[in-house]
Design a protein around this ligand. Structure first.
Ligand code: AMP
Length: 249
């Protein structure tokens, strides 16, 4: 059984991004980039399935600029067997990524795709769902537990106020939630080993995919800054303000 794990190169979650002065987006020049955290969880899960003997091969794939190779090397240091970069300098939106991933999933004949539930840069939460629709495969989103039993995957999902367990027939799409696992620490020997693993490069044209953006960003703005608080004399004054000014009680 082969697993495909799409990994996105995003601004590191510790970086405080700044909006560009023309409000066209955020400034990513000279900013630390890393693997999307939910994708690290996806690579870890696929690696654990391989270590358990359930899966035979884990293939990492990234779509984007040449530097995504670093992200793919990290995926291989965690445990992916090989990787593919769909290289383009074009802006990629979720629908375009889903089409590219569909082409790779079909080319590689995979039985399972494990993606992050969401990329922390665009917060779209769309790619996995679109990929499932394009492939016509079942999807189990926001997974906090994955068990493969023969031809099916039993997936526990995080839903409002609880957990839901579903069973999907393979081939299927799974998207990872935060509590699925804790990704391992990447060791130096594994980073060295990853340098020797196979990394293929493809292009959207080779895969026959038109990646032209369908969405236009009109404006990106900072959240409003928080107003300073005030001190009140006593509880009665606080209650009065909550009732008459804030109108919350
Ligand atoms: P999104 O729909 O943009 O929130 O992304 C959801 C998931 O799709 C991510 O966690 C990745 O697993 C995958 N994904 C999105 N964009 C890319 C990309 N450019 N390359 C590889 N995987 C991606």
């Amino acid at each position: 059984m082969k697993v495909l794990v799409p990994v996105k190169r995003v601004v590191d979650y510790n970086v405080k991004v700044r909006v560009k002065s023309d409000q066209s987006g955020v400034d990513i020049a000279n900013v630390k980039m890393s693997m999307n955290p939910f994708d690290e969880i996806a690579v870890e899960e696929a690696t654990r399935l391989k270590e358990a003997g359930t899966v035979t091969e884990v293939i990492a794939v990234s779509c984007g600029v040449a530097q995504c190779q670093e992200t793919l090397r990290t995926a291989m240091a965690i445990g992916a067997d090989r990787a593919a970069l769909v290289q383009t300098d074009a802006e990629l939106q979720p629908l375009a990524v889903a089409k590219l991933l569909k082409a790779v999933a079909e080319k590689e004949q995979v039985n399972l795709v494990i993606l992050g539930k969401q990329a922390i840069d665009d917060d779209a939460n769309q790619t996995g769902q679109m990929l499932a629709a394009l492939l016509g495969w079942p999807q189990a989103t926001f997974a906090s537990k994955v068990v493969i039993e023969g031809e099916t995957a039993k997936v526990t999902r995080e839903v409002d106020g609880g957990l839901e367990t579903i069973s999907v027939k393979l081939p299927a799409i799974v998207t990872t939630d935060l509590r699925l696992n804790e990704p391992r620490y990447v060791t130096l020997p594994n980073i060295m080993k990853a340098k020797k693993k196979q990394l293929d490069t493809l292009t959207p044209e080779e895969l026959g995919v038109d990646v032209t953006p369908r969405i236009k960003t009109l404006k990106v703005s900072e959240p409003p800054s928080r107003k300073a608080g005030i001190k009140v004399a006593d509880v009665a004054a606080l209650v009065d303000k909550l009732k008459n000014e804030a109108k919350v009680i």
